[in-house]
Ligand binder design. Structure first.
Ligand code: MN
Length: 712
């Protein structure tokens, strides 16, 4: 176990101004509190927080974070309290320890829903101070390092969670070293056979190619040196888990892997990175498709480097990463590399977090998304998607970079720019050409979103969008639009009911009724009436009990009389659908039937289905057509056509319908005998006159013996 002075020395080495008294006090306090508690390994419990603290010193974190690591299990596992920690160590540390306590119980969960909810809590705890996440990752790392002491049946769950959430989260925070170790430890448990096989093959290879890595290092360094470039060249085998992933992704065997070795070239400045690239490409043949410049376009986790693969020295395929020392530090430590050290005394923790970090920005955005996401499970799915998937980088016409997960569409792009841009998107141009909004974006695409203020997101976009942000916003906009429709319908219904009593609906009466009926707002009341979950009569009663007692009221003539609900079609501003068995067309007399939760179904007055509903008269709503003659909306009706059995009959019927602008939506054979076939069509027409015209033209057709409207 590390000694007290060793830990303090380690911090003081990279941070001479560290508060040694704080570290000493936290060490002693945590050790005393954990007392003789033991870990599963039999070690004193205190060895765990101490190791977690040690991991954080490797990341060179500030003294407060290291102290929090020492204290991180005290509130949960000992009689320590937040108040006591506040008093001894100050509220900044108290708050961090409490954040860790809150997410402590998140470990070891089985169900997906639970895992999702826990992930949400984790991010909420991190929202206050990203150092909570750094301690949590170090905590998980130490628990993974000692997982062999955990009962075998629990190991799988812990390893799976590490692989699914913590390792990618560390990667997304740019902490490559942390991510690689978490992955390696989880890989051994999740895929023990594959892990053992790959390690064995790597060892064979090492025995056969004695010091191949060293030779290539020397060759590369010598070549660079001959061009006057000072560079630090190091090579390594790829990690077993990275090899496993590649074998899986490409469905190939270990022997078919061509690049087992990766080399890193670290130089002084950016200009030299490109000089190195030039020397390497002009010396060895580059492998096409493998060149990536993350210096000019950094990854979203701040990672910067040039990647390329060449058929290099000793005819080996060699993968190279070229970067500066500073880029290397960011690649290894990520968000932890940004200074957390306080400039003067006890600063404000949150203020010290580096605002320029893109990884931090991503975290913030993900946390913001929590407030608009509908359910935690979906949120987790989409966060995972963003954690795992490669990115595509696209640009606005003004050159702003929008990073999206692979598979993203212009809808995702639009929401990536701004929620308002997404909500008003009607189309897009990709690299100057109009393209469908379902197009998958490619790296480097310039995307221009075409907007219209009158647009609202179509629910169908949910199948096109892949990012959590876009999907949550679409769902919310759809829900808002639907709610507005219901509120409008509710308003019409109340207006109509009051008019029967010669009264007018005012915003004041709605407010009074909403309060009386316990609805949060007048709009909520109106939407509930439109949905059919609050009865019109109940609202009238709340406005004026005398009116409710007076019954339905007589239809007063003229001004102030009944005001039927205007029907503008299925895509108007009310939640309306047409009776599925018969449809309804403008020009015929109709009635609406309110179905709770489903809005209004419109029936022709003659529809036989209405008879079955007549016991439910309260649900009937007076409606009238108010269809814009300019609009080209078509309305569905059912017609039955009897035609002679002869090839081409159906074709002739379809031609007639098409000629006069009616749409055949579906056809179904209802009867067929030797001479005649009876067919049922769902036909879409403009109005009653249009329907009559279609029926007349069909009846004139020689192959048709009869054509008529059906209502059931
Ligand atoms: Mn712990």
């Amino acid at each position: 176990m590390m000694r007290q002075y060793e830990l303090v020395e380690r911090v003081a080495r990279y941070n001479p101004k560290a508060d040694e008294a704080l570290l000493n006090k936290a060490y002693v306090y945590a050790m005393q509190k954990h007392g003789d508690q033991k870990r599963a390994s039999g070690d004193p419990y205190f060895s765990h927080p101490l190791e977690v603290a040690a991991i954080l010193t490797e990341l060179k974190l500030d003294d407060a974070t290291v102290a929090v690591a020492l204290l991180h299990d005290t509130i949960e596992d000992t009689d320590a309290t937040r108040a006591e920690i506040d008093q001894l160590f100050g509220p900044e540390i108290g708050k961090l320890v409490e954040g860790l306590t809150k997410i402590r119980r998140l470990d070891l969960v089985s169900t997906k829903a639970k895992q999702a909810e826990n992930f949400r809590k984790l991010l909420l705890a991190v929202a206050d101070d990203v150092r909570v996440l750094l301690v949590k990752l170090a905590d998980r790392l130490h628990n993974m390092r000692t997982i062999r002491y955990v009962p075998p049946d629990k190991r799988q769950a812990i390893a799976a969670e590490t692989m699914e959430i913590y390792a990618p989260l560390a990667g997304r925070m740019g902490m490559q070293g942390m991510r690689e170790e978490l992955e390696a430890l989880a890989f051994d448990i999740l895929e023990p056979n594959a892990a053992a096989m790959i390690k064995e093959r790597l060892e064979d290879l090492r025995a056969r190619n004695r010091d191949l890595i060293g030779q290539i290092e020397t060759d590369l360094a010598a070549r660079l040196d001959s061009h006057g470039i000072k560079a630090d060249v190091t090579g390594r085998e790829k990690r077993p888990y990275a090899i496993f992933q590649k074998m899986q992704r490409k469905s190939i065997s270990f022997e078919q892997l061509s690049d087992i070795y990766g080399f890193r070239v670290i130089v002084e400045d950016v200009a030299t990175c490109y000089r190195v690239l030039g020397v390497i490409h002009s010396t060895w043949a580059m492998v096409p498709g493998r060149f990536k410049d993350y210096i000019s376009t950094p990854k979203q986790n701040d990672y910067r480097s040039i990647h390329t693969t060449v058929v290099g020295p000793r005819r080996q395929r060699v993968e190279l990463q070229i970067r500066t020392a500073e880029m290397h530090r960011t690649a290894e430590y990520g968000i932890a590399a940004h200074a957390f050290y306080k400039e003067t005394g006890r600063g404000n923790g949150a203020a010290r977090q580096n605002g320029d970090s893109r990884a931090y920005e991503w975290l913030r955005r993900t946390i913001d998304l929590l407030s608009i996401a509908d359910n935690p499970e979906e949120f987790l799915e989409h966060t995972k998607l963003e954690l795992f998937h490669d990115q595509v980088f696209c640009f606005t016409p003004k050159g702003r970079l929008i990073a999206l997960p692979r598979g993203a569409t212009p809808i995702d792009f639009a929401y990536g720019v701004h929620t308002d841009v997404g909500n008003t998107c009607v189309g897009c141009k990709i690299n100057g050409h109009i393209k469908p909004i379902a197009t998958q974006l490619e790296n480097g695409d310039e995307v221009e979103i075409i907007r219209s203020e009158s647009q609202t997101p179509a629910p169908a976009w949910l199948t096109i969008a892949v990012t959590g942000k876009a999907r949550a916003a679409i769902r919310r906009a759809t829900r808002d639009a639907e709610r507005r429709q219901y509120a409008k319908l509710g308003h019409h219904m109340l207006d109509d009911a009051l008019a029967r009593h010669g009264k007018l609906l005012s915003s004041g009466t709605v407010r009074t009724a909403a309060a009386a009926l316990g609805q949060p707002s007048p709009d909520d009341l109106l939407a509930a009436v439109g949905r059919g979950t609050v009865d019109v009569k109940a609202v009238i009663g709340a406005i004026d009990p005398a009116l409710a007692a007076a019954g339905n009221g007589a239809a007063a003539p003229g001004e102030g009389g009944p005001k039927p609900v205007p029907i503008r079609g299925a895509f108007g501003d009310l939640p309306v659908r047409f009776a599925p068995e018969c449809g309804a067309v403008p020009g015929e007399r109709i009635v609406g039937v309110l179905t709770p939760g489903k809005g209004v179904t419109i029936y022709p007055l003659e529809a036989p289905a209405l008879a079955a509903l007549s016991g439910d008269r309260d649900r009937f709503i007076e409606v009238r057509w108010e269809v814009d003659r300019q609009s080209d909306e078509l309305f569905p009706v059912q017609i039955a056509v009897s035609a002679v059995n002869e090839p081409g009959s159906l074709g002739r019927i379809a031609t007639i319908a098409g000629d006069i602008g009616a749409n055949i939506d579906t056809v179904r054979m209802t009867r067929r005998d030797k001479d005649f076939t009876e067919m049922r069509f769902t036909l879409e027409v403009r109005d009653l006159r249009h329907l009559k015209e279609v029926l007349a033209r069909l009846s004139e057709c020689p192959v048709v013996s009869s054509a008529r409207r059906v209502l059931n």
